[in-house]
Design a protein around this ligand. Structure first.
Ligand SMILES: [Zn+2]
Length: 65
């Protein structure tokens, strides 16, 4: 798979440009604050697979047990 393909991917929600986070293997949409995972070099462009960056930013954490 050509890594240049990552450069042309856009967010499926807002059609905006994505930031490739090489460290975390994620594609970041700053507008939606979502991080789409890259699995085995293949970006998973699904909203329900994306990590919500808002959640990781909140210091208030409800009980998770
Ligand atoms: Zn977006």
């Amino acid at each position: 798979m050509d890594s240049n393909l990552l450069e042309v991917l856009v967010c499926p929600l807002c059609k905006g440009p994505l930031h490739h986070d090489h460290a975390n293997h994620e594609l970041i949409c700053k507008a939606d604050r979502l991080a789409y995972p890259i699995r085995d070099g293949i970006p998973v462009m699904l909203e329900n697979e994306a990590r919500d960056l808002n959640e990781s930013n909140t210091t208030q954490s409800t009980s998770n047990s």
